[in-house]
Write a protein that binds this ligand. Sequence first.
Ligand SMILES: [Zn+2]
Length: 383
Amino acid sequence: MSRSIEILDRLIAFPTVSRDSNLDLIRHVEGELGRLGVASRLIFNDEGSKANLFATIGPQDVPGIMLSGHTDVVPVDGQDWSSDPFRLERRDGRLHGRGAADMKGFVASVLAMAEQAVRAPLATPIHIALSYDEEIGCVGVRRLIDMLAGLGIRPRACIIGEPTGMQVVVAHKGKTGLRAHCHGLECHSSLAPQGLNAIHMATDLIAAIRRLQADLAAEGARDEDYEVAYSTIHVGTIRGGTALNIVPNSCTLDFEIRHLPADPVEPLLDRIAEKGRAIETAGRAVFPNAAIRLEPLSAYPAMSIDPDAEIVGFVKALTGGNSHGKISFGTEGGLFQRDLGVPTVVCGPGSIGEAHKPDEFVSEDQLAACDQFLAALLRQLTH
Ligand SMILES: [Zn+2]
């Protein structure tokens, strides 16, 4: 059994679902790195229940290559697994377990490589960055970035090991999630025009969102490298009303924008907010306190790096391939790029198509390919 599989076995056994603590896993990794003589910095959340980990192997005073992964996983509730999701199950060349693809496989491969790296005469250091709460909107890593910025640590480049089938990824869309609270006036439904129907306000806003989507699809930025070539907006949930004979005074809807790097999100938000104000103004003819309030839920920026950038060629050479791609799902890469100015690519084992599902897996071949990739990185960074 490869060292990375042994480590993955340990990592999967920590049930680091985003709503729960990741500290047992982080303490375990801190202990393993400590045994190798590598010191870890932990950056905690306010409650002290979760932490990021940052560690450097090699010279401490030179910018290094940062290998970044998140430690949290999505829940397994309601999913029909053939084996315990929090125990590594080896079956037909596949390594099953929650987080195997997204993204404990990569983290295991990095920690296996670390055991070699501490014995290598590194000219350029390797930084290991592990975060919490990625799955709920890249929340935890922001503190890690603040810490690095505060210490003046700016890695030369960052590789995020989200599952891309070990293909080098140079761009992904950004995402902004919002909640719209619509406030109307309740009344008996037999007197409906005397009230202000909050569900109707919400559906007017949805109509505006859908018009904006149609415009973006027809005239917005396009990039055929993406599975969906344009920016998208969709409403995910709507809640309102209590009974058929009451005009509802409240309706809440959640929607998200997933935008191409070439479509800045602010003008899109402005257009939706403007429509919200117009609906509000119309409603005030009936009810002076009519309101639509937009509450931000989560957001991360798009990521985009020039395919001709040095890091892209460097990482491609490590994979032995020469192609690059773009992905529809998000990563922490946009934040590293925007807030720390670090050239970033995404490249990791497994497939996003296998993530977040029952019987999630990373194949042994993919994990071995990642081991080889990191071994090649280590050779490149050695004197
Ligand atoms: Zn992930």
